[in-house]
Design a protein around this ligand. Structure first.
Ligand code: URA
Length: 238
């Protein structure tokens, strides 16, 4: 098994972040520092250490959801000491979880956390096409042509977005409330899509990821996922 996949399955970090750990020379196999990202291991025989600590497969993963408020950065540690989403959650002392994907500083809503690297990969990698639904408020009105443009794809950062779902929830001269469902998760995708048709986003909130819904969780609060939600995530693993 590829070393970064093993580290993700053990809940150390996502596959991509695990590669960074390897590049930082923090990973050892059988007491030798790993240099090659393409290294394979045998989980039954090889002893893998991260920062000198042994790594094992884990079954009892932690799954949390947070209603992220505006004004928090989605990162596990900010070099400028700004408030991060980690300040809003609590996990047992010896456990570490990390955010699944990213909501930008001014975006609020549903943010999942886990130590299940395989699941984090499924939820964030575009190839799995997991739907994420957002409520956006834009300044002014929108025409049906503009809605259709968003639905069929617009060019952001030099590449066209995949077809998505867009519904108008409410509209008056001052502002319009839209429900937008995408499954790609590119950087600041919803804001950039709206910007590409000349719309200014005044408010953006994620209300669901796959079948997991934010529901009535208060802003700034977190909770563990219930059995039904965890069963749904396990179904995604196949
Ligand atoms: N799209 C955005 O523009 N921002 C987010 O945080 C998520 C999706």
């Amino acid at each position: 098994m590829r070393i970064n996949k093993f580290l993700a399955l053990c809940g150390i970090a996502s596959r991509r972040k695990s590669e960074q750990l390897i590049l930082q020379k923090r990973v050892k196999i059988n007491d030798r520092v790993v240099h090659n990202l393409a290294t394979d291991i045998d989980p039954k025989k090889d002893i893998v250490l991260v920062d000198g600590k042994p790594v094992h497969f884990k079954e009892d993963f932690i799954y949390l959801m947070l209603h992220k408020p505006k004004g928090y950065i989605t990162t596990t540690d900010d070099e400028h000491n700004r408030p991060t989403v980690m300040d809003l959650i609590k996990v047992p002392d010896d456990r570490r979880v990390y955010p699944v994907g990213r909501l930008d500083y001014n975006t609020e809503g549903l943010l999942l956390f886990t130590d299940d690297g395989e699941l984090a990969n499924i939820l964030t990698h575009p190839s799995y096409k997991i739907e994420k639904t957002y409520i956006a408020r834009i300044k002014g009105t929108i025409t049906s042509e503009e809605v259709n443009k968003l639905r069929s794809g617009v060019v952001i950062d030099g590449a066209k977005t995949a077809p998505c779902k867009v519904n108008i929830l409410r509209m008056d001269e001052k502002s319009t409330r839209l429900e937008i469902t995408i499954h790609e998760g590119r950087n600041r995708q919803v804001r950039k899509m709206l910007e590409s048709i000349g719309k200014e986003t005044q408010f953006l909130k994620r209300i669901s990821v796959g079948k997991i819904r934010l529901g009535g969780l208060a802003r700034g609060k977190f909770r563990t996922l219930n059995k039904r939600e965890i069963a749904h995530l396990n179904e995604l693993k196949g």
